[in-house]
Ligand binder design. Structure first.
Ligand SMILES: [Zn+2]
Length: 277
């Protein structure tokens, strides 16, 4: 509670029964499954992960295929927190809470806030770790965190809202961003009709953060995965590409070798606010 605030008016929230309420009277229900819904009425829910996508994500991540990413993020977060920044760990577009849980396992004294626009994802995130509070929220709106409440903010394959990221980060806090390189899943993107990573993504990321954040460290994480057909279907079904994948996905997957070698390739980048040096 000490880290969050009313996303509509920025006032403190108090818990009464199963409701969080600010002094103006904006009220947010705490669901039976443990998450709080703070989605505005005009939110673009069309982009939220469906229960099927969340299930695919949980199945795929549960097999440990992306554990190298979770390890690198946890390492970067632990290093940043060792510098003494006060506040919680929060993740935008947290999905099932997989990466946030990995960070909380590594830093035992911090609470975590999982934000996601998907109710199905927030339901999972609320159960993913004892120290996670899950909030259904739109990354493009005002975030439900207080100014300077966040010591480490995670953004892993997720939307970026630089102005809000800057507002919620604590002095000395860090933003950890994970983006795919053009090689990521390169062996299967075309076969599966998945979104192709833009070669200039890295450049566009820098432009979006210009004037607010500066890059401190960059870690390239690359692994060779051996995926079974079920894994390939899950990875195609869990991300934004699920919206673009053709209906004949299962036929395309069946045409692949089993196991299929696939490259995991992402950059784990740590940023600091320029204003705090
Ligand atoms: Zn309010």
């Amino acid at each position: 509670m000490q880290y969050i605030e009313c996303p509509l008016c920025g006032r403190a929230l108090a818990e009464t029964g199963n409701v969080l309420r600010c002094e103006v009277g904006h009220a947010y229900d705490i669901a039976r499954q443990g998450y709080v819904s703070m989605l505005g009425g005009d939110a673009s829910k069309g982009t939220a992960d469906t229960p099927a996508m969340v299930q695919a994500r949980e199945a795929f991540l549960g097999k440990g295929h992306y554990s190298a990413i979770a390890d690198a993020v946890a390492e970067a977060a632990a290093a940043a927190l060792a510098d003494g920044a006060q506040g919680c760990v929060a993740e935008v577009g947290a999905g099932t809470g997989y990466y946030l849980s990995a960070v909380l396992d590594r830093v035992s004294d911090r609470p975590g806030i999982a934000l996601d626009i998907s109710k199905a994802a927030s339901k999972r995130a609320a159960r993913a770790h004892l120290r996670i509070g899950a909030i259904v929220s739109d990354a493009w709106d005002r975030l439900p965190m207080r100014d300077g409440a966040v010591a480490v903010l995670l953004d892993i394959f997720s939307p970026r809202n630089p102005a809000e990221f800057e507002r919620v980060l604590a002095p000395g806090g860090v933003l950890i961003v994970v983006t795919p390189t053009p090689r990521h899943l390169g062996e299967i993107v075309e076969t599966l009709g998945m979104l192709v990573v833009d070669d200039r993504k890295d450049e566009r990321l820098e432009t979006a953060f210009e004037g607010r954040f500066e890059r401190v460290t960059t870690m390239l994480v690359e692994r060779r995965l051996e995926l079974l057909h079920d894994d390939v279907s899950a990875v195609a079904g869990m991300g934004p590409s699920a919206w673009h994948a053709a209906g004949d996905l299962s036929a395309r997957v069946a045409a692949l070798g089993e196991p299929t070698p696939v490259t995991l390739s992402v950059n784990v980048v740590t940023y600091r606010q320029i204003s705090f040096g």
